[in-house]
Design a protein around this ligand. Structure first.
Ligand code: FPP
Length: 262
């Protein structure tokens, strides 16, 4: 039986999207491979990765991004060899001490997500002072995901929510997403619009699983130490071509003024 043809008007797609994502989140991957390719110890890859953190922080701001979240240490990263974990913590402390002056001069707010209270005391101290010294900046925020994992975040949020219900501060029957969201580490952050992963891997690795529910994803075959401003600009350009529907249809997104009949 012939399939009936629907008489639907055809439109040239012209969907209004924000050309620049407000919040970009990056899974920085490939430091180890970058080093191994050069017969260098893995820590050299992480050292170069720190330089890329620095350039990317300002590249994102220059391109109009308002918030940048970097997956710097996952809750699973403790499983790495002890000397690599120690070196990563040392690099983090060195980076934060070195950047404090720049953050203040450039008006960058630093904040974190994750179980930072389980990080070494020296890292916690420099994190605390940097977050405090930059908390009044409002134009641009760098978020470091440290000792972060989405599943742990949900467990922590559920526990905090249950405690609030038990103490009468929260009603049990208010089971809305908006309420639960208030217990996530990212409570006062906008959801990421664009998630980038470097190194060619195409996994989420327990990163912002709930917050990225409607994010666009760009996976790049570039190792993190080689990631440049041009690569970021390319990912943002790709984002600008995506149609973000949030459950709606394409036709619903077409504002009448932008619909152009073929
Ligand atoms: C992944 O590369 C990267 C990490 C596990 C950590 C990212 C850390 C940095 C960029 C440096 C420290 C960060 C800050 C903010 C100072 P990988 O080691 O998994 O690479 P591979 O997959 O090639 O082995």
């Amino acid at each position: 039986m012939p399939v009936p043809r629907l008489n639907v008007p055809r439109f040239r797609m012209s969907v209004p999207v924000e050309p620049v994502p407000r919040h970009v989140a990056i899974i920085m991957d490939g430091n180890g491979r970058w080093a191994t390719n050069r017969r260098l110890p893995r820590i050299e890859g992480h050292r170069r990765g720190v330089e890329t953190v620095r350039t990317t922080t300002f590249a994102a701001r220059d391109l109009g991004v308002r918030m940048l979240t970097l997956y710097a240490f996952s809750i699973e990263n403790w499983r790495r060899p002890q000397d690599e974990v120690g070196a990563l913590m040392g690099l983090l402390e060195y980076y934060l001490k070195r950047e404090l002056e720049t953050f203040i001069r450039e008006r960058v707010r630093l904040r974190t997500i994750g179980r930072t209270d389980e990080l070494p005391a020296g890292v916690q101290e420099v994190l605390r002072s940097t977050v405090e010294a930059t908390r009044h900046f409002t134009d641009y925020t760098l978020v470091l995901a440290l000792n972060y994992g989405s599943r742990t975040e949900v467990v922590d949020a559920a526990r905090a929510n249950a405690a609030a219900v038990a103490s009468g501060r929260e009603k049990l029957n208010d089971g809305s997403w908006a309420t639960f969201n208030r217990y996530l580490y990212s409570a006062d952050m906008p959801d990421p619009d664009l998630v980038i992963r470097t190194s060619g891997e195409t996994r989420m690795s327990n990163f912002l699983l709930l917050q990225a529910a409607y994010a666009e994803f760009v996976f790049l075959p570039i190792l993190w130490p080689d990631f440049s401003k041009a690569d970021l600009a390319g990912a943002i350009a790709e984002y600008g071509h995506r149609e973000r529907r949030f459950g709606r249809t394409s036709a619903q997104l077409l504002a009448p003024a932008r619909v152009v009949a073929e």
